[in-house]
Design a protein around this ligand. Structure first.
Ligand SMILES: O=C(O)CCC(=O)C(=O)O
Length: 290
């Protein structure tokens, strides 16, 4: 198990996680840049499982589902959140694929909890982009977190997310609604704004990869990122699996977080660990009860 090797301080260069190479350089890159792409993490049977899960989610959107594109857009940008409790295919990959072990290794943490899944579908021809943002200011988390962006379709570089390397070390930045740029979370003026990165792209260290199904981009909850529309003749199905360091703490916000966890504040107080069935320990694996 990778985490055991890490925590007895044996160099892990070249550790082969069932065919997925993760070495010290990936861990260093993640710490330095706040983002790293790892090839071939999700195996074909897991991709099939995820595709089944995604089609069930699309057929029966949940209470948090949202269309983040305008009606005039040639393709829809569909999102849904926290579907693993009623989508066993997502639970299987979130808790029993290589994702949690890699998330723990990249965070250099002995254990991680699963935070939530986020389905992000851009149909063929979608012009709506995902604006530059950080994820953590939308959440109810104080502490470290990592997302695993898992595409189920080939992603040409021009359709792939972009990441501002190193931005995870900077301040929390103002979260806004994707379509209308509204401040629905932190009050106006209370956080630093995202700079106009596209106006001067050469001033930023921007990372982007063409991706195949099975490849995963891991990024810190505070890494500033965006994604273009999807002007291609096939659509883009993605599930972002989000993990938190087991030391992360619950923050009770005076607003509805995104995603929202209705009623959670009645069961988990301010500053408590996420010790709750909605946030299961994903790594190390919990032995099955016989
Ligand atoms: O897939 C996208 O369009 C954006 C992804 C994203 O913002 C995320 O996974 O946090």
């Amino acid at each position: 198990m990778l985490w055991i090797i890490r925590h007895v301080r044996v160099p892990i260069s070249g550790v082969d996680l069932n065919g997925t190479m993760v070495d010290d350089s990936a861990i260093e890159a993640f710490a330095r840049d706040g983002v790293v792409a790892v090839r071939g993490v999700i195996k074909p049977p897991e991709l099939e499982l995820l595709a089944e899960g995604v089609s069930r989610v699309v057929d029966a959107p949940g209470t948090r589902a949202n269309v983040a594109s305008r009606e005039t857009d040639p393709g829809r940008f569909f999102e849904d959140f926290v579907r693993w409790p009623d989508t066993p295919e997502f639970e299987q990959v979130a808790l029993r694929s290589q994702l949690p072990e890699l998330a723990a290794a990249l965070l250099d943490s002995p254990s991680v909890r699963f935070y939530h899944d986020h389905v992000l579908i851009k149909e063929a021809g979608t012009s709506q982009s995902t604006p530059w943002h950080q994820d953590q200011p939308y959440y109810n988390v104080e502490g470290r977190g990592i997302s695993a962006w898992v595409p189920l379709d080939p992603i040409p570089r021009a359709g792939s997310p972009e990441f501002w390397a190193g931005s995870h070390r900077g301040p929390w930045r103002m979260p806004r609604t994707f379509l209308d740029s509204e401040a629905k979370w932190f009050p106006e003026g209370s956080l630093v704004e995202i700079p106009d990165i596209d106006a001067d792209r050469s001033a930023y260290d921007i990372r982007q990869w063409a991706l195949d199904p099975g490849d995963v981009v891991f990024f810190n909850f505070l890494t500033v990122h965006c994604a273009p529309g999807f002007p291609f003749d096939h659509g883009r199905r993605v599930v972002s699996f989000r993990y938190i360091d087991a030391e992360a703490r619950h923050v009770v916000r005076p607003w509805a977080t995104s995603p929202e966890f209705p009623g959670l504040a009645d069961e988990l107080g301010e500053g408590e660990l996420f010790d709750h069935p909605l946030f299961p320990v994903a790594w190390p694996p919990v032995p099955a009860i016989r």
